[in-house]
Design a protein around this ligand. Structure first.
Ligand code: ADP
Length: 393
């Protein structure tokens, strides 16, 4: 069966058409600047890539254009070839602990969490409605970034703040990247043929989070109430002292919301290096001796290493450490910097095995107390798997 895996943003729509259960990607693409001037789309299929400008006034129009193109390019013979659509939905609050079949009632329940993810959830829901209109009768499934983390206990998800903040306003740790961490856990558990693994899953991309998993259940994760928390990222600060906001507000008269925007978009690798949020650029600058780039890399690696050490303690000793996403899959330099900084755990990198990018591989030595694997993530596939499974029910 052909399943569309969809990630709708406020002005974009990313899709992957996957043949299931064979897990073969048939086509993929991106619609950009939806509702803005200069909208266009790209579709990749059969080793070809087409890019076209098109007036995409809203998501519904983009979805109609996508359907027409899939038929015109002979990627599908008719719309009835598509038997399921899986949607990435960022926030499911405490309520959605697994993927669900979407209908009006469920969409209304998901909308309750719009305030918790104002940039993402309304756009995700807009995408769902657009597909419901064009493909009536086709199962639509919601796959939440937060769902995998709902197994956390109050000892992990509560912040030590006045309890009413949680009771009245739902201020707690939710965690994100759950679909990626779940895919990593599933992949490594199947590979090692164990369902009782203690896994430290490190999703290190432009955004980044680390998750401690025991026997398939999340114990703790580094992102928090929002994706701003945890490790240092491409443009996000990760954990900082909350008092800095009031102090900077008084110093600069920038508002709390402007400052929060700086913590999300102007901090992290970009903030420290002043060069870029892209780890490739920072690496290149560091190699040329740029001191702030060197410092940015050092802080980045240490924050990640410290979270791994903390989660190793929380898990009572991890069985395996997995590195994934843009940096984790591709940057041998950053992998080495991180692993060198968890030497106290008895973890040891095999530099020869580490000399590669973008595939599943063990990169630690035989002596390493905890094996370290690079596991390429695939959130689109995880969404397609959930959609297929729910369509069988
Ligand atoms: P997102 O969070 O946007 O999904 P990705 O997982 O795609 O991000 O990760 C993007 C990051 O991966 C960027 O910082 C990029 O520099 C890094 N990256 C991608 N390829 C390489 C590479 N070959 N070497 C080093 N870093 C890389």
């Amino acid at each position: 069966m052909k399943i569309l895996s969809v990630n709708a943003g406020s002005s974009s729509l990313k899709f992957t058409l996957i043949e299931m259960p064979a897990q073969e990607v048939i086509a993929s693409g991106l619609f950009e600047k939806i509702g803005l001037e200069g909208s266009f789309y790209t579709i990749k299929y059969n080793g070809e890539k087409i890019t076209k400008e098109s007036e995409l006034t809203d998501h519904a129009v983009a979805v109609k254009v996508l359907m027409d193109e899939l038929v015109n390019l002979n990627i599908i013979s008719s719309l009835s070839d598509i038997e399921g659509v899986g949607h990435r939905i960022v926030h499911g609050g405490q309520e959605f602990s697994s993927s669900v079949v979407l209908n009006e009632e469920i969409l209304n329940r998901i909308s309750k969490y719009n305030d918790l993810a104002p940039l993402h959830n309304p756009a995700n829901i807009m995408g769902v409605r657009a597909f419901m209109e064009v493909l009536p009768g086709v199962i639509q499934v919601g796959v939440f970034d937060t769902a995998f983390h709902t197994t956390m206990a109050a000892t992990e998800y509560l912040y030590p703040v006045p309890y009413e903040w949680y009771e009245k306003y739902q201020v707690r740790k939710y965690g994100f990247h759950g679909t990626s961490h779940r895919f990593i856990n599933k992949t490594i558990s199947e590979y090692l043929k164990r369902d009782d693994l203690k896994v430290i899953s490190c999703h290190i991309g432009n955004g980044g989070s680390i998750t401690a998993i025991d026997s398939g259940k999340v114990v703790d994760t580094s992102m928090g109430f929002t994706p701003l928390a945890g490790i240092m990222m491409g443009t996000r600060s990760g954990d900082i002292d909350a008092s800095i906001l009031e102090f900077m507000n008084k110093q600069t008269s920038a508002s709390i919301s402007e400052l929060t925007n700086e913590l999300n978009k102007k901090s992290g690798l970009l903030g420290i290096s002043g060069v870029s949020s892209d780890s490739r650029d920072v690496e290149a600058a560091a190699e040329e001796g740029n001191e702030r780039a060197i410092l940015a890399q050092e802080i980045y690696a240490r924050k990640i290493a410290n979270y791994i050490a903390m989660y190793n303690n929380l898990l009572g000793g991890a069985d395996v450490i997995c590195l994934t996403a843009g940096v984790g899959e591709n940057s041998k330099t950053m992998r080495k910097m991180i692993i060198d900084r968890i030497a106290s755990l008895g973890v040891e990198l095999d530099e020869e095995k580490n000399d590669f990018r973008g595939e599943f591989r063990l990169i630690s030595t035989d002596n390493s107390k905890i094996p370290v694997y690079v596991v390429p993530t695939n959130e689109e596939l995880m969404i397609a798997i959930d959609t297929m499974e729910l369509s069988d029910k």
